[in-house]
Design a protein around this ligand. Structure first.
Ligand SMILES: Nc1ncnc2c1ncn2[C@@H]1O[C@H](COP(=O)(O)OP(=O)(O)OP(=O)(O)O)[C@@H](O)[C@H]1O
Ligand SMILES: [Mg+2]
Length: 337
């Protein structure tokens, strides 16, 4: 029988480590490895460092919107505490994969129940996306947390804290990870562009920060797709590759809604929407922002906001998009009258 093993091993060894680096997506390549690399959450990081320094780590519950550093922060804590013994002392579970009572009972119980003679310190169970764990499993977890408190700390992570039962919340110290501040994102973006030698102008960077709305994962993903598609990235490239309306497009739409007659305005909105493949939902969100900043009288802003919200609701439940765009044009014409 032919033996292919040697070939395969040689092939693996021949892979250039620098080539390998290119394959790693930006979100993993630029994931903070230490607590000091986590941006925009200084108070949380300081408090956690104090817990670690005084060797009094409580059960933790990190919550907040996506891409704000919850998982990265928890992994950095686990690495700081257990470095070489990470595999023995840390159990990482993602509740999106396994969210039933079986996981809670079996995996966690087995891990926190075993004693470790040769390693010092407290064991960690990281339960990511725990808002996906069923209520029955959370109820079981409550007891497991109490039974194993002497040997194990539980680190729960979720987006929606309201889905975590109050009994679990009260057993943990809660930290809210809010959307990252634009100034910190901009600074980090500058550093990444420099280290990756990405040719990108300032307007494009500003567009990325604006579109990301405090989500660093979004920043990295937009930057990566932009840099793969263009050798020099401009703000138009960013809007094109994300399919989001540019400032120029929204201003053109707004100008037409405020000046043109019904059919011209309808045609303009349809033309811009179809040419750039925009969704009506994105147009409505940006128009809303623009209307609030505009010189419309307060009472007109109120009427337009209500109409935009109604159109967005009807769009979200699947009503005809053409009809909703007509309704949008009608709303502006009514206010103008
Ligand atoms: N505060 C931060 N400082 C530096 N980088 C960050 C920060 N937050 C997020 N990132 C970047 O965004 C990526 C995603 O972060 P992470 O997985 O920690 O987010 P998360 O809060 O766990 O999101 P989700 O709720 O979707 O799981 C990381 O790889 C990292 O590069
Ligand atoms: Mg996460």
């Amino acid at each position: 029988m032919e033996d292919n093993t040697a070939d395969t091993v040689e092939d693996v060894q021949m892979v250039d480590p620098q080539e390998n680096e290119k394959i790693i997506p930006f979100v993993e390549k630029f994931r903070p490895k230490t607590l000091d690399e986590i941006i925009s959450h200084d108070e949380i990081i300081d408090t956690i460092k104090n817990f670690i320094k005084s060797d009094r780590i409580p059960h933790l519950l990190f919550h907040g919107p996506p891409g704000t550093g919850k998982t990265s922060c928890m992994l950095a804590i686990a690495k700081l505490l257990h470095g070489e013994n990470y595999k023995k002392m840390v159990l990482e579970l993602n509740a999106s994969d396994d969210r039933g009572i079986g996981t809670v009972r079996d995996k966690i119980k087995a891990f926190s129940g075993t004693s470790t003679f040769f390693t010092k310190g407290i064991k960690l169970v990281i339960l990511d996306e725990c808002d996906n764990v069923t209520n029955a499993a959370q109820a079981a977890l409550r007891r497991i947390i109490e039974m194993n408190s002497t040997t194990t700390r539980f680190c729960l992570i979720c987006n929606n804290v309201a889905k975590v039962i109050p009994a679990i919340q009260s057993r943990c110290t809660k930290f809210r990870f809010s959307p990252l501040k634009d100034e910190f994102i901009s600074k980090r973006l500058d550093e990444i562009c420099e280290s990756e030698e990405i040719d990108i102008d300032q307007k494009a960077k500003d567009a990325i920060v604006k579109l990301a709305k405090g989500d660093m994962r979004k920043v990295l993903n937009i930057l990566e797709s932009g840099s793969l598609a263009h050798s020099k990235i401009t703000s138009d490239d960013i809007y094109n590759c994300t399919g989001k309306p540019s400032e120029k497009e929204i201003l053109m739409i707004l100008k037409s809604l405020c000046k043109d007659n019904f059919s011209d305005s309808l045609n303009t909105v349809l033309k811009i929407k179809n040419a750039s493949g925009l969704t009506l939902d994105d147009i409505l969100n940006d128009l809303h922002e623009r209307v609030l900043k505009s010189k419309f009288e307060e009472k007109h802003k109120k009427i337009l906001t209500i109409k935009l919200a109604e159109i967005q609701e009807r769009t979200s439940i699947g009503c005809s998009e053409y009809l909703q765009i007509s309704s949008l044009v009608g709303a502006f014409i009514e206010v103008r009258a």
